[in-house]
Design a protein around this ligand. Sequence first.
Ligand code: SAM
Ligand code: SF4
Length: 441
Amino acid sequence: MKYYIENFGCQMNEHDVEKVNTLLHIAGFEQVRDAKGADVVIVNTCCIREKAEQKFYSLMGRLQGLKRKRGTLLGITGCIAQLEKEAILEKLPFIDFSLGPSSIHQVREAIASASRKTRFLDFSDNGCKASLYVRPQRGKEAIKAFVTIMKGCDNYCSYCIVPYVRGREKSRDSADILDEIRYLAGEGVKEVTLLGQNVNSYNRGREDLSFPELLSKVNDVDGLERIRFVTSHPRDLSRELIDCFGNLAKLCEHIHLPFQSGSDKVLKAMNRGYTAAEYVEKLDRLKNGCNNIAVTADCIVGFPGEDEKDFEATVELVKKVRFDGMFSFCFSPRKHTRASTLPGAVSKEVALRRLQELQALQKAITRERLKELEGKKVEVLAEGVSKNSEEELTGRTRTNKIVNFKAPRTLVRELVEVEIVKGFANSLRGAQVTREEVDNV
Ligand code: SAM
Ligand code: SF4
């Protein structure tokens, strides 16, 4: 059987698709690049903002036509499946199966059942252990890999739908995580990214390693060169975790630390559990222990009750911190969340104007920060041939910046020393150098 899979959303979803691919490959399915040539089409869904949902429903409209014409089996997985449960059939009565994020390990059963013309639905959380423990297979050429360390979230930020669709926090046993990472390193993977909605609370309340202890063990894995993780919650960023950046050689100097707003009033309404000053103080502590750490973040504008003064506080925070990069979004009211019932809605026009102002500011800062690297020598993990030139390789610095540089293909998978010769809007150009000493920026 041939299948086509389409993904929406975050790195968690990307990783869930890797798991589905693994399960289907083992069962002998063949993946195709065009829905038209598939017997089964699977759409892995995201509902973090309304836009993601709209894109999904319009895709499903197109796929319904395909099903009518060719009899293709249609299934959905992920967050919208979980959000809507059985009610999805009112909107999409033509789908053959639907699996919540904790039930993706059932994908083969779902397809088998759909082939027998019996619709398959599963939104239970009992299977979470199974979905958490599926180990994706990667080709021998894989250089980087995601590793799930936990699922769900207990934070209930007032705008966020994640706890309602991904469930309560559950951590995966450290022994199993380490076993997977050792296996990956043995297969030649050089970099792992540990995934969780709030990695800082990994194993909270359990008799197992804490997150900093886990990082320390991962750091000891032979053959592995780099470690990253996403995402951290500023409130739970502990002293021990901050210390890891200075102490663990393989832990890359980059943290993604969403601040969401620079206004204390808005942060309180968001239920984030810190003030803007406390956020900046944590960054100062991080920089004290690791002065070249790159910081990226997420931010929401147009949250209910956000006035011009609140927005100005966000702009001020962005100017003060000078993030290496930032994802910013207009607030999108989500079903079940407290923020969707709050008074003080900000009009779409105002929210969009604020978003554009913030994004223009960040764009200028990102460019400045990349320019500041000109002349510095850095370590780059060469990931492949550049899209723009056959003669160039592309890779990332430890601080997660993209660098293109002239070098032979034999250096793909290697750590290469590169001098930055030019900073652009979103990437860097470099030249390979032979000096031992690098600035690691
Ligand atoms: N767990 C991570 C965290 O706490 O930062 C990631 C959560 S979410 C997948 C990624 C980002 O989407 C959030 O940091 C937030 O900025 C944004 N987001 C979440 N809910 C939103 C909403 N209702 N409207 C707009 N943006 C939202
Ligand atoms: Fe959503 Fe907050 Fe949990 Fe992140 S920490 S997933 S924003 S509830």
